[in-house]
Write a protein that binds this ligand. Structure first.
Ligand code: GDP
Length: 295
């Protein structure tokens, strides 16, 4: 279904045209096919249904049935609709405060530490900022090392305190250090867990309350399908985050999670991770993701 969706739709419509009359029922059948394909791409049922209902209405309104290339027109309608559902335009990072505090949250293995490094690198090289990274994962000494290695690689200082097991204290110390050294961006990497648990949520909520961040970016592995949506909901309920980072989009996932997450938590997706290297970060473009989801 996803291979050359447009060709398939064109073909389907040609067959329908050959039959002389194209009815609303035929369109409904096609929408059913599209809905199935979206479910295959990890879009959740409610979102897929709302999407196809909308597209159907628009398709009928725009005379898709009588157009010369209905498949093409329908694909365009779907692309536009998908992009709109994912926010329409690129959502900018709010980095106007000096210093701007950015909190990074998510489960273990989602790609938080990697993204923290990528974001610091992006803000330094593309926005001319002077970031400081704060190693707030007090449970994994390896995460602190990892951040320090990344910091060295991209030439960004890292604040760490291996003696401390107090994430709030470390965040405060990091902010003080950044202010002292004139850093205008302070990125706080936080601890994750393998699954959502109350303790982790309490802890990160406390870090949020004590640091008052302008941005709270929720990092999620795009390969985790429906779990990504549930995790996003749990984090958003507790943290009211300001944006989503979808990682590991260099894999073969279609990225349907982007659509589901946006529709469930209604927060903008701001970045996508496309590899392990520090440069493998892209600003999120809804229209490009729409094309990817539709194949
Ligand atoms: P954390 O536990 O959330 O801090 O996750 P890490 O940053 O340690 O990332 C977990 C693993 O995923 C590491 O091996 C990273 O190199 C890898 N990773 C992170 N982001 C991406 C990405 O966008 N693409 C790919 N292919 N791997 C990634």
């Amino acid at each position: 279904m996803f291979e050359n969706l447009q060709d398939k739709l064109d073909r389907a419509f040609k067959v329908l045209k050959g039959q002389g009359s194209i009815t609303e029922i035929n369109v409904a059948e096609t929408m059913k096919e599209i809905r199935k394909a979206l479910l295959d791409a990890d879009v959740n049922y409610k979102t897929a249904k709302a999407f196809t209902d909308d597209v159907k209405e628009k398709a009928l309104g725009q005379n898709v049935l009588t157009s010369i290339s209905p498949g093409q027109l329908l694909t365009k309608i779907m692309n536009d609709e998908l992009a709109e559902l994912m926010g329409g335009t690129t959502a900018e990072l709010n980095i106007s405060d000096n210093p701007t505090i950015i909190l990074i949250a998510g489960l273990n293995g989602a790609g938080k530490t990697t993204f923290s490094g990528k974001l610091a690198n992006f803000l330094k090289t593309q926005k001319g900022k002077k970031p400081l990274l704060v190693a707030g994962d007090v449970y994994r000494p390896a995460a602190i090392d990892q951040l320090q290695v990344l910091g060295q690689q991209i030439g960004v200082p890292v604040y760490a305190n291996i003696e401390s097991k107090d994430p709030i204290g470390i965040a405060q110390e990091g902010i003080a250090e950044g202010k002292k050294n004139g850093n205008n961006i302070i990125i706080i990497d936080t601890a994750g867990r393998l699954a959502i648990d109350e303790e982790m949520m309490n802890e990160i909520a406390a870090v949020k309350a004590s640091t008052n961040p302008q941005e709270i970016l929720f990092v999620v592995d795009s390969m985790t399908g429906q779990d990504a949506v549930n995790t996003a909901k749990a984090f958003n309920d507790r943290l009211d985050f300001t944006g989503v980072v979808l990682t590991k989009l260099d894999g073969d996932t279609r990225g349907g999670a982007a659509l589901s997450i946006k529709s469930v938590v209604d927060k903008p997706i701001k970045f996508i991770g496309t590899g392990e290297k520090m440069e493998a970060l892209d600003v999120f473009h809804p229209d490009r993701m729409a094309s990817r989801i539709l194949g």
